[in-house]
Design a binder for this molecule. Structure first.
Ligand code: SAM
Length: 188
């Protein structure tokens, strides 16, 4: 559809699709309605695994139905826990990790990702990444907690050691109303 290619969520998926292969492990740090979980479950195949996290039971319930309908549920672990605890559940290296920050579309707009836990989760995600693995972060900063979170995330990723990570930051420069931002970090 028109204006679909240059869209933060689409760009994030494009990056991920170039690294995530059959048999890989991936993490969806913010399951929500399950779009990224489904996307990555398709890529990892029957021999791979996608660990998906959300603090809302509603996200797990809806994602589970969608995955079942597409016969993809067996490729996933849906975890009702905060992404800041992902290291308790993911014990192997991951090829791809996606963060889609903010609130659940069509859900409770008061339940949002927050700077402190988001940073802890990104830190853990980066240490789970395998060499040439990729972590993407789509940042929405138009809601009250979003501005703090944006600043915390950008200052954290800016200071990652360039010997260890390549970090890219993309923003829309001609759009009103706080368009989403995209960060992609590749482990060297
Ligand atoms: N990628 C999702 C999709 O395809 O629909 C959208 C994700 S939505 C923008 C952000 C999600 O993060 C919400 O569902 C929210 O409940 C969840 N969330 C908030 N804090 C969290 C945390 N600490 N750990 C994991 N998920 C969290």
């Amino acid at each position: 559809s028109a204006g679909h290619l240059i869209k933060a969520t689409h760009l994030a998926k494009n990056f991920i699709s170039s690294v995530l292969k059959a048999g890989d492990v991936a993490v969806d740090a913010t399951m929500g309605n399950g779009n990224d979980t489904i996307f990555m479950a398709e890529l990892v195949g029957d021999t791979g695994k996608v660990y998906a996290f959300d603090i809302q039971q509603k996200a797990l319930d809806e994602t589970k139905i969608k995955l079942s309908n597409q016969s993809l549920l067996h490729r996933t672990e849906l975890i009702h826990a905060g992404h800041e605890d992902m290291d308790q559940y993911v014990k192997t290296e991951a090829a791809a990790i996606m963060f889609n920050l903010g609130y659940l579309p069509k859900g409770d707009h008061h339940i949002v990702t927050r700077a402190q836990t988001t940073i802890r989760a990104i830190e853990k995600g980066l240490s789970l990444l395998k060499t040439n693995g990729l972590l993407t972060i789509t940042i929405y900063h138009g809601h009250p907690e979003g501005l703090d979170e944006k600043e915390a995330v950008l200052s954290y990723v800016k200071n990652l050691d360039q010997k260890l990570f390549n970090v890219l930051y993309m923003e829309f420069i001609n759009q009103a109303n706080n368009p989403p931002l995209l960060v992609a970090a590749e482990k060297k």
